[in-house]
Ligand binder design. Structure first.
Ligand code: AGP
Length: 618
């Protein structure tokens, strides 16, 4: 998830682009760049680092530029580590075209090979540089205008994109296109100027008239002309729909949500799609993970898989333990990285270690990786930040594509981590033959359905909010789950603790009788994950044990459940899915419950006290 900005008009473009990029920095902040057309040439500056670094680097040569046409980009790396070369904008081989792109071109590999055969060369590792050269190649071969060339090129592309392209040979227009990634066009008075951006925050102070491009649309933007929009597939003309925006800046950066946390909770359906995009081909029964392909045998022949992480990442590892052992029959141990690194653990070269980290910078996890490597283990990373220390320290890995997670309480990183770990486990189970073809296909199809199931669960938000009103004075909470949902109980308790400061504990439901049941009385709210599962009947009797001690039951139940609904004081309903995929759904109402309780208590949910988004110290 990157931020893109463009301008064509009568004003000096440089300050508009730089300010716009700063407003979009929440979308990505590992590298940035700007290109300005000064009437003769394209002046381009780009750098690793934040927009501030770009400003420092470009001030001397661009601040003075009178250029009135410009494009800028702030990056969240997916293909190619964050560095100067991989940052955007990217030139075409001729130097006439420049492009900025937010999204992922899945088939950039084969396209790149084709272009290489036709003499194109590439300076970066990015999918975007392939796209701008493909557009140039079409322009040359088909002898068509830029708009048409972009259209023809995009019909060969698989993936997601919001792009802005400028051609030095045709300096009075910008061509933009969209599929999957957001793109807004801000319209200045009488079409005297146009702004292009990932959301309206870069141009809301100049105009609140905007067109939001729809999927598979391309638009040509020329000063003093109506914006011309066409369908990419069939070239049909589209009547632009100009809407008047009623939003203020702060709202826009949060996408209209009150906090980054709730925004990120609602982003889960789309970022899970982004995380399995091009990796999960359910109809063909294929799971393709670039980082894993060459190492499948290492996992299959391993004595065991040791999963390390901290906090929410450790909880994702616990869920993975269940699915790796259940479906792939691979023995798994899950370790707190902070304990693992000092426990003088027995590690051999026959072990595979999976290190999970959203930020990729957590000190304990990094140190645990170095220890495991020093003992000869193969270390595989599951990270959300491209180019982070952990992604560079591991032998190989898979990135979650959750986009920047700004809220300190991790939400979308948790579900995208589970999505990646589930794909790894299913891939290994399939190769090992420890899962039947039918069960394998069911899992792939159900995994593809997860975003829809989460959308359904999110529709209960108002009900969860109502339930939350009953617990703002609670001093303690217990969270219970069995099997795959025991780690979800731990995660639910952690979410409540870290943002509401209410003491909460997660427990395997069967453990209650061995102590915690002593805590139960009419003051103790107990969240129980009681979805349809092999443990259902056992969970029902756990609920009876709590009810008989007057505990207050908040039960997460499957659609259509009647039994637990009658026993529980409050029920939070989720759609059905396979038990192994249920943690991706059952965690949603628990995220919402903790969020609403914390908001009602007036807590700073995005920056809770005493916490940091990335713990880079011991
Ligand atoms: C979770 O909400 C917390 N922010 C924290 O527990 C976090 O999961 C932990 O610090 C690990 O961070 P990482 O995934 O970036 O390594």
């Amino acid at each position: 998830m990157c931020g893109i900005v463009g301008y064509i008009g009568d004003k000096k473009a440089y300050p508009i682009i730089i300010k716009g990029l700063k407003r979009l920095e929440y979308r990505g902040y590992d590298s940035a760049g700007i290109a300005i057309y000064d009437g003769n040439n394209i002046q381009l500056t780009k750098t690793q680092g934040k927009v501030f670094d770009l400003e420092e680097k470009s001030k001397s040569n661009l601040d003075a530029s009178d250029g009135k046409i410009s494009i800028g980009h702030t990056r969240w790396a997916t293909h190619g580590v964050p560095n100067d070369v991989n940052s955007h904008p990217h030139y075409s081989n001729s130097g006439d075209l420049v492009i900025i792109h937010n999204g992922i071109i899945e088939n950039y590999g084969p396209l790149k090979e084709e272009l290489k055969k036709r003499g194109y060369t590439f300076t970066s590792d990015t999918d975007t540089e392939v796209l701008v050269n493909l557009i140039e190649d079409v322009q040359k071969k088909e002898k068509v205008k830029l708009g048409k060339a972009v259209q023809i090129a995009l019909n060969q592309v698989v993936g997601a994109y919001a792009i802005v392209v400028f051609d030095r040979q045709k300096p009075n227009e910008l061509v933009v296109a969209k599929l999957g990634s957001p793109l807004a066009i801000g319209i200045g008075k009488d079409n005297t100027e146009f702004f292009i951006a990932s959301d309206a925050s870069p141009f809301i102070e100049y105009t609140n008239n905007a067109i939001y491009l729809e999927d598979e649309q391309v638009a040509v933007i020329r000063q003093h002309k109506e914006v011309k929009i066409r369908q990419i597939k069939d070239d049909s003309l589209v009547i632009p729909y100009v809407q008047e925006l009623q939003l203020n800046l702060e709202q826009i950066e949060k996408g209209g949500y009150d906090h980054f946390m709730i925004k990120e909770i609602y982003e889960q359906p789309s970022v899970i799609k982004d995380t399995y995009r091009g990796r999960l081909l359910a109809d063909q029964g294929i799971i393709r993970l670039g980082g894993l392909e060459d190492h499948v045998q290492k996992f299959i022949n391993a004595n065991r898989v040791i999963i390390i992480g901290c906090g929410t990442s450790w909880h994702a590892g616990l869920v993975a333990e269940y699915i790796f052992e259940d479906l792939a029959r691979i023995p798994v141990e899950v370790e707190y990285a902070s304990e693992f690194r000092y426990r003088n653990p027995v590690i051999t070269e026959k072990d595979v270690v999976i290190a999970i980290s959203q930020s990729g910078e957590t000190a304990d996890t990094l140190a645990a990786i170095k220890l495991a490597k020093s003992k000869g283990a193969f270390v595989y990373g599951v990270c959300n930040v491209v180019g982070s220390s952990i992604s560079r320290e591991t032998h190989s890995g898979t990135y979650t594509h959750a986009g920047p997670e700004i809220g300190v309480a991790s939400t979308k990183a948790f579900t995208t981590q589970i999505t990646v770990l589930t794909m790894i486990a299913l891939k290994l189970a399939h190769v090992k033959g420890t899962i039947s073809k039918a069960n394998y296909m069911t899992h792939l199809r159900e995994l593809e359905m997860v975003p829809t199931h989460i959308e359904t669960a999110l529709k209960t938000n108002d009900h969860v909010k109502e339930v939350a009103t009953h617990f703002i004075n609670a001093r303690n909470f217990l969270y219970l789950g069995r099997g795959y949902n025991f780690p979800v109980a731990l995660e639910g308790a952690l979410k409540l603790k870290e943002i509401s400061y209410i003491h909460a504990e997660g427990y395997p439901a069967a453990e209650m009788k061995h102590g915690p049941i002593a805590l139960i009385d009419e003051e103790m709210p107990v969240v129980v994950i009681a979805i349809n599962s092999n443990h259902y009947d056992k969970v029902v009797s756990n609920i009876q044990e709590i009810k008989s001690r007057k505990g207050i039951i908040i039960a997460v139940v499957s659609e259509g459940d009647t039994t637990v609904r009658e026993m529980a004081d409050f029920t939070l309903e989720v759609p059905n899915t396979t038990e192994s995929l249920s943690p991706l759904i059952t965690t949603i109402p628990l995220q919402l419950l903790s969020y609403h309780i914390a908001v009602m208590l007036g807590k700073n949910v995005d920056q809770p006290r005493n916490l940091a988004k990335s713990v880079t110290v011991e």
